[in-house]
Design a protein around this ligand. Structure first.
Ligand SMILES: [Fe+2]
Length: 247
């Protein structure tokens, strides 16, 4: 049994060093608007699943985000994506040392009796240390756990992202995950779309970006639309309800 846990997931906010527009979109304003909506919800946690920064972990972007989140009324956790820099995230957001191992931001947290696991795929891989850590966590703790990774651990039927930017050692990670039935729900970003992929009794939930969404049917980069999205995750008595919403 688990208590009623309510989480909002935002992803791929791609905040730049300055308030410049990206393809006519103001990433900062879009995020401000999304957080205004989420602030009013009864959240236990906000999870930001990586690519907080536009390109390469711009410190100005992190400083701006830290200031914005200082007014957010609910607890939040930050993850790193391939456009982030864990060292700069740690110093600017004052992330505790225990959440960072060998320069990687991976950790677990128990909230309202539910174990949440967070991996670091900034290198487009889940390195061996993290696979071993995950194996150990799931061997010791056999109750249902929710997993968060910036990159999805499978190809997702999204042509451009699957061909160009997938998680490189996804097979290795998947072989690990299939050993542990308690991981049924896996929340990802990176793909800039809203989709659910299922395999081996597990569900991978792709959560849209707060900036722009990518056309999944094309092998070149094509923006589908620029409505900012987020995911709501409601977990009660081991029953999952999750949906995406847009502004
Ligand atoms: Fe990404």
């Amino acid at each position: 049994m688990s208590d009623n846990l309510v989480i909002a997931q935002v992803s791929d906010m791609h905040i730049g060093a300055s308030d410049v527009l990206f393809k006519g979109i103001n990433a900062r304003q879009q995020l401000i608007k999304v957080l205004k909506v989420l602030a009013k919800k009864p959240l236990d946690l906000l999870v930001c699943t990586g690519d907080l920064a536009a390109l390469e972990g711009e410190p100005e972007a992190y400083a701006w985000l830290k200031h914005l989140l200082s007014d957010f009324p609910h607890p939040y956790l930050l993850m790193a994506g391939n456009h982030d820099h864990v060292g700069r995230m740690q110093s600017i957001f004052e992330i505790p040392d225990k959440n960072i191992t060998e320069g990687m931001l991976y950790f677990s947290r128990v909230i309202k009796t539910t174990r949440l696991l967070f991996l670091d795929s900034t290198s487009y891989r889940i390195p061996r240390q993290q696979l071993d850590w995950l194996h150990n966590e799931l061997s010791v703790h056999t109750e249902p756990a929710l997993l968060f990774i910036h990159h999805p651990p499978l190809l997702c039927g999204c042509q451009f992202m699957d061909e160009r930017y997938p998680l490189q050692n996804r097979d290795e990670l998947w072989q690990e995950l299939v050993q542990f039935p308690q991981v049924e729900h896996i929340f990802c970003g990176h793909y800039h779309t809203d989709k659910i992929v299922s395999k081996n009794d597990k569900f991978i939930y792709l959560t849209p970006s707060t900036v722009f969404q990518i056309d999944t049917e094309n092998d070149t980069f094509l923006i589908d639309h620029t409505k900012p999205g987020w995911r709501m995750i409601e977990w009660e008595n081991n029953y999952m309800q999750t949906y995406v919403d847009y502004l």
